[in-house]
Design a protein around this ligand. Structure first.
Ligand code: HEM
Length: 291
């Protein structure tokens, strides 16, 4: 039984890689999987990797703008592999995307059980804001309103609610080494397109954090260090929550280390990504299935 499931998961993983190569859709797959997990609350015990982002109620949350297109791209695979859960498929497509983009192999487990209905959708507003005003009614304890309105405190509140520390926050933020932000989605970038994005590949436009925004490497951290040394590139995007990784004394040693040492980034990223992918998940079998 388990070997049959593993065989199906392995074939599905290969098809995810082909889809990502064909459609140049690695960034949106990684964002989809992160938003599915990033609403996990370890105090409330809800949210996380349960497939609930497939429900309109969650997809309609403002932070999820644009993610419907990623689910549409995955729909034929879900049909082909009916025995693979939505939650597994979403996480698998993200892990495959990191690999296809040149990043580390993520030590994934599969066997996540899907939430049956949209009753599993947690309250809106748990994902991080990129710019002020940073919501302050976000923990760490339920109902607690913080007095600190800074980007650093916001990141710590949001990520400690999921069980992550400073190094994890910096490593996970490194996922912005791929992808772009769009005016019509988050509304945050100052430009509709840049010299790095106006020709695609894929859909043209948006602002990327790095020049080669389909390559997963440590250039996100190098760009942050360069900008802090006056070598700013106006065609690259940076939010307050990106810049603070170099400014805050708890985050900045990790940021400098990852800018110097890509291997250290890959090791930290792979572990944090795998942990993120399992938040709130119920596995059958309980130990999960490794490919
Ligand atoms: C640290 C706090 C974070 C904030 C404030 C943040 C915010 C954002 C915003 C505003 C966008 C642009 C959305 C758009 O306009 O389409 C974005 C894109 C993206 N985010 Fe994050 N993010 C954070 C952490 C993460 C994490 C932890 C991951 C994955 C592990 C991630 C992966 C991505 C990717 C890959 C994109 C590009 C999507 C695309 O090109 O379509 N982000 N993020």
């Amino acid at each position: 039984m388990k070997s049959q499931a593993r065989d199906s998961l392995r074939r599905c993983f290969e098809d995810c890689k082909s889809l990502v190569r064909e459609k140049n859709c690695a960034p949106i797959m990684v964002r989809l999987a992160w938003h599915e997990c990033g609403n996990y609350d370890r105090y409330e015990g809800d949210g996380g990797s349960v497939g609930s982002i497939r429900f309109e109620k969650e997809l309609d949350h403002a932070a999820n703008a644009g993610l419907g297109s990623a689910l549409e791209l995955l729909a034929p695979l879900k049909e082909r592999y009916a025995d693979v859960s939505h939650a597994d498929l979403i996480q698998m497509a993200s892990a495959a995307s990191i690999e296809v983009s040149g990043g580390p192999k993520i030590p994934m487990r599969y066997g996540r059980v899907d939430a049956a209905s949209d009753e599993a959708v947690p309250p809106e507003g748990r994902l991080p804001d990129g710019e002020a005003p940073f919501h302050q009614a976000d923990g760490p304890c339920p109902g607690e309103v913080s007095e600190d309105a800074s980007a650093a405190a916001h990141l710590r509140r949001v990520f400690s609610r999921m069980g992550f520390d400073d190094r994890d926050v910096v490593a996970l933020s490194g996922a912005h080494t791929i992808g772009r932000a769009y005016k019509e989605r988050s509304g945050l970038p100052s430009k509709d397109a840049t010299k790095y994005t106006d020709q695609g590949p894929g859909r043209p436009g948006g602002m990327s954090w790095t020049k080669s925004w389909l390559t997963f490497d440590n250039s996100y951290f190098k760009v942050l260090v360069d900008a802090s040394q006056g070598k700013e590139d106006e065609d690259l995007f940076r939010m307050s929550t990106d810049a603070v990784l170099l400014e805050d004394e708890g985050f900045s040693p990790h940021c400098h280390e990852f800018a110097r040492d890509q291997e250290a980034f890959f090791v930290a990223y792979a572990a944090a990504h795998a942990k993120l992918s399992e938040l709130g998940a119920h596995f059958v079998p309980p130990e999960g299935i490794r490919l």
